[in-house]
Design a protein around this ligand. Structure first.
Ligand SMILES: *Cc1c(COP(=O)(O)O)cnc(C)c1O
Length: 350
């Protein structure tokens, strides 16, 4: 049976390096904000092609601290895609701002830039594009709109490590950008982890304070901060896995081609990769009008499929009162028709 994730096979492929790293880690005896976090930050910034990376505890915190550092809060609005994973929306709520939903392009699943301008008000402070399933949003168009209206851009790169448009990667476009290293992501830790990337040294400094109680010098607290440090052990292990990210993204792309051929006869809508874009297939998501039947049939053929995501955030219990009276038909249609073939499971088993 091909499961959505095959972490055991992945571990086998790098077991010796991980074991060696763990021994080194325990011999050092330094557990919080040490050289592993510092070195991972440098290496990941270089990978993304930016000046600064700051490790934090998880992807939701990366988004929340990014918005906080940009001084976005109560009374402000942030534009988010209507079909995203709910974490992108929660971050906006956690800083006290209001999420304003904009529908996606149904083929790319990413926010439709042509629909953004109509959603901008006097209160809009930022656009939060999500590179859903591993395809970069239309960043040239989004940056142009942001510039025209003086808005910040915070990229949600949780599903798009290594994705790019004409060589410029996810995490290199917006003002402060957020990554998650949750185990299932293209670059996943052995537990929770996250980071922000930015070209701006002031933002990087601010996030470094925010993640550590608002403090630069111990016992001197300059801001009302958080405890959201990237764990030193996770940073050590992420450094090992970062060396494989490009190879593993290539394997995901090969797996996507295998799925396209194997299921070419199906009348599904397959993932698109527009000209110039490099999709990293965090998920291989198809749209089907007979989703339940198709998923059952695939289960019989040995593929366990999942739905990303069955309920749009605005219809979740957490938000349905706030957004009663709103309707997002494209997000609804996608939630009713999408399902994901097991990319990670398949890439370790063909
Ligand atoms: C996983 C994910 C997050 C949150 O990351 P965590 O590390 O789980 O907090 C945010 N946005 C998107 C699009 C995600 O897929």
């Amino acid at each position: 049976m091909i499961l959505p994730n095959d972490f055991k096979s992945e571990y086998k492929a790098i077991e010796q390096e991980i074991q060696a790293k763990m021994q080194e880690f325990f011999a050092k005896g330094w557990y919080v904000l040490g050289t592993e976090v510092r070195d991972f930050e440098q290496e990941f910034a270089q990978f993304v092609g930016v000046e600064h990376c700051v490790g934090v505890a998880n992807g939701l915190d990366a988004l929340t601290l990014a918005l906080h550092a940009l001084e976005i809060g109560v009374g402000d609005e942030v534009i988010v895609p209507s079909n995203t994973y709910i974490a992108s929306v929660l971050a906006v709520s956690h800083v006290g701002a209001t999420p304003v939903f904009v529908e996606p392009n149904p083929l790319t699943h990413c926010i439709d830039p042509t629909a953004i301008e109509a959603a901008i008000s006097e209160r809009t402070k930022a656009i939060l594009p999500v590179h859903l399933y591993g395809l970069l949003s239309d960043m040239p168009a989004i940056m142009k709109i942001a510039e025209k209206y003086g808005l910040f851009v915070v990229e949600d790169c949780a599903q798009a490590h290594g994705a790019h448009y004409n060589g410029k990667q996810a995490g290199a476009w917006g003002h402060i950008n957020a990554f998650s290293f949750y185990p299932t992501k293209n670059l996943g830790a052995y537990g929770d982890a996250g980071a922000i990337t930015t070209q701006n040294p002031e933002y990087a400094k601010k996030i470094k304070m925010l993640r550590n109680y608002g403090s630069k010098v111990r016992y001197q607290n300059e801001m009302i901060g958080y405890n959201s440090r990237l764990d030193e052990m996770q940073a050590a292990l992420l450094r090992v896995k970062l060396q494989y990210l490009t190879t593993w993204n290539t394997m995901r792309r090969e797996t996507a081609e295998i799925f396209r051929k194997e299921f070419a006869h199906k009348n599904w809508i397959f993932p698109t990769e527009p000209e110039g874009y490099y999709h990293v297939y965090h998920q291989f998501v198809v749209q089907s009008n007979e989703r339940e039947k198709d998923m059952k049939e695939l289960e019989k053929q040995g593929y366990t499929c999942l739905i990303h995501y069955p309920i749009p955030p605005y219809k979740s219990h957490a938000y349905k009162t706030q957004y009663s009276g709103h309707s997002y038909p494209i997000a609804d249609a996608l939630a009713n028709t999408v399902f994901s073939l097991p990319v990670h499971g398949k890439m370790w088993n063909y």
